[in-house]
Write a protein of this length. Sequence first.
Length: 345
Amino acid sequence: MNLQIALLLGQDGITNGAIYALLALSLLLVFTVTRILLIPQGEFVTYGALAMASLQAGQPTALVWLLLGLTLADCAMDLFDATRASRGFRFPKRIIPKLVYALAMVGLVRNLPLAELPMAIQALLTLALVVPLGPQLYRLVFQPIASASSLVLLIVSIAVHVAMVGLGLLMFGPEGARTAPFSEAGLTLGPVTFNSQTLWVIAVSLALIISLFLFFERSLYGKALRATAVNRLGARLMGISPTLAGKATFALATFIGALSGILIAPITTLYFDSGFVISLKGFVGAIIGGLVSYPVAALGALGVGLIEAFSMFWASTYKEIIVFTLIIPFLLWRSLTSRHVEDDE
């Protein structure tokens, strides 16, 4: 170990830690607002990365058919709810824009020269395909059981994760994929050269973290989500819809996951089942924050990335064990220092 190796490992650790921090914040956001531990968060990462790779290869991604199928199921549930309304049947007007959007995405993916599009357009098209999946999953799976116990929500979340892994294998196949980097430039600081993709990851992660801070501190919708996280019943009495809050948090978490996949796809090869381990490391950061504190969760996830990087040098065989063992002392500390309150549910 010398200074140059330490700086290189630190670069890798900061890059990975920035992604883990984004996932930790999204997991924390969803949990505080909806009480749902979003186990399939990592699948949004792999969906974003593999869909981007498909577009760069000029192949119409099968993800668009999943989007269309979930849209049809969402519209069917809207019609079903309309038939059960006490005021009589009224056709839900929101069905039309949902169907138009899904059909438009099918037309774009199947007719555009995907491989010839600029990379920025490919990234936007990938986000347009993946981000709607989050609110649709909440509408179809979690909204009907929103008042269930946390254990039931956790079991359902695990089931959704297993289903999404299988769908990933069906849509993208077992082969891994890697995308082209955003640029070939780099930044040299002393003995270390930062490649362009590392700088992109760090810059976008910082921009997202700052944007999330401003959103929750300055915007009306952000304050509404914070109110829902503090007291769901009180927020409902003040006219804040828990359903809208759930869909908004799922949309935001899906956006962060898909964007994270796009950012790390040029750095590492991702497979259909790679998302679980990535999101699990973000979960370790969220646990360090006690599933409450956003800044501590981000710092914890950054520490996870650095420990993982240096573990690869000292004990590469045990790096995963070392990372996931970190969760044990924090759980013990939280258990010993927090006050235990009986759950009335």
